[in-house]
Design a protein around this ligand. Sequence first.
Ligand SMILES: [Mg+2]
Length: 396
Amino acid sequence: MKITDVRTMRLTGPDPHGIGGIGRDVTIELVRVDTDAGLYGIGEAGNFLGDRQGIAYCREWLMGRDPLAINPFVRAMITGGLPPYDPQMSATATVDGPVAWSVSGVETALCDLAGKILGTPVYNLLGGAFRDRIRVYLDRSGVTDPTDLGQWRALAERVTAEGFADFKFDAEWIAPELSRDPWNRQMRNEQVRATFERLAVVREVAGPDAEIALDGHMSFDVETAIRLARALEPLRLKWFEDPVPIINFDAQKRVRDESPIPICAGEMLVPDQFREMIDRNAVDIIHPDLLFVGGLHEGKKVADYADMHAIPMAIHNNGSAMNTIAEAHLGAACANFIGVEYHFWDAKWIAQVVRREGVETFDSEGFVPLTDAPGYGVEIDLDIARRYLAPGESLF
Ligand SMILES: [Mg+2]
């Protein structure tokens, strides 16, 4: 069997609850890999700068090749090779950036294809499932008027009523009106106090057992991150994510050494960066994303390295339901998995674009149920996709 094409399709539609709870349009990008046997795989790539050029680069290498040779593809694209060079291999050995993002998207489609060829779910390609339903933590970011405590109360009531025990907010969107300088990485005491008061409302409504996480979006300096973490300690947060600029593992370790809240990090990192972050004792919970890390097999490698250090893995996800299901297969196959993120709960069309035999994308408690269908067990609903096709795009 040979690969005959690698294609992408962008869909655009509304997300009523985006960053800061504000409505916006969102674009998702699906990837399809075809073969001469008529079997195909579906995955998702990040809709980022340069990603389509990277996917074209992957396509050139993959055309005519064996679709089951997934790791050789990833290695060739990301680290190049030894002499005699394949003229189609990377000349620059880029380990992160657009090529890695593109490889990630194509790899997720190749995994679906490999599962279909072998007649087994993707989680079995990774060693088998530890669990048959996958916990989701909902990204709620913030509310449109953060000074209105009623909005925080209503949001917490709604999330818990919809069955979610795990959810996350963005630190810089909790009391943004008190941010006095967007550049100096500081949060003054008035903003720390307001952040505590608003999150305390959420904790009160959601109850003592809710797992509430906070995302710092790499925004703060070490001093502010530690001061904020100490102020929020009574709220017993699940984690404080990316408190300081990423890939500054020394700064992150200084925060981790002083923070009463566990530090979660890694959403844009590649495996070598995870190795270094773990080796430097700079993290409590790793947080890879299939749109960046190099695909499921690279994600599994990172998860296992963390597991050997007794570190759990949450999975970051700014992708659509397609990426969520791919990440659910990874989560199923990793013993140390604790939850996968989801942003687009209010953009129902994003979940409706994917169809799975016999199950919805999310069950009544917000988990992603797994099935024993080959690959991811997903088909694209072309009627829904047609409705949200981005300008200039064609259907798969
Ligand atoms: Mg984050």
